[in-house]
Unconditional design. Structure first.
Length: 146
């Protein structure tokens, strides 16, 4: 199965984030759940997050959420979700589901939408919001804030 980040089957990125769940659950690295449907954005964000020192679990849609977490829901420290995920639930809805299983996690919603719907949804959910393209230093500052 491919993850959308690369054409390889099986995908080494998905295998690393899904099938090493037990090993990563005991890791001292913070776990970031990345919900992003654009492959280039997901790859760039994953690189930034891994360079920062995080383990990254990625999904691009609702059906992949459980596989991405591989039973590590309770150890998710950060959730970064794109608002517009195409057909199906939006990123705020998926982040709410993930955050319910990881109540101590912090959530950041990213969106290139400037009509206010993403900001309003993020605010209603109590999540922080950044507009795309979000700068790497802004994302890192968000991660490092208590």
């Amino acid at each position: 199965m491919t993850c959308g980040l690369c054409p390889q089957t099986p995908c080494p990125t998905r295998e690393q984030s899904v099938f090493l769940g037990a090993a990563m659950a005991t890791s001292s690295k913070p776990l970031v759940l990345l919900i992003e449907d654009d492959a280039a954005s997901a790859e760039a964000l994953s690189l930034i997050l891994r360079d920062w020192g995080a383990d990254v679990a990625h999904t691009d849609h609702a059906e992949g959420l459980r596989d991405a977490l591989a039973g590590r829901d309770a150890v998710v420290r950060y959730i970064i979700a794109d608002f517009n995920l195409g057909a199906g639930p939006d990123g705020v809805s998926l982040a709410q589901n993930a955050a319910a299983a990881a109540p101590s996690s912090r959530v950041l919603v990213l969106s290139g939408c400037f009509n206010g719907s993403a900001s309003a949804a993020a605010e209603r959910a109590g999540f922080e919001m950044m507009h795309k393209p979000a700068r790497a230093d802004a994302i890192l500052a968000w991660l490092e804030r208590p």
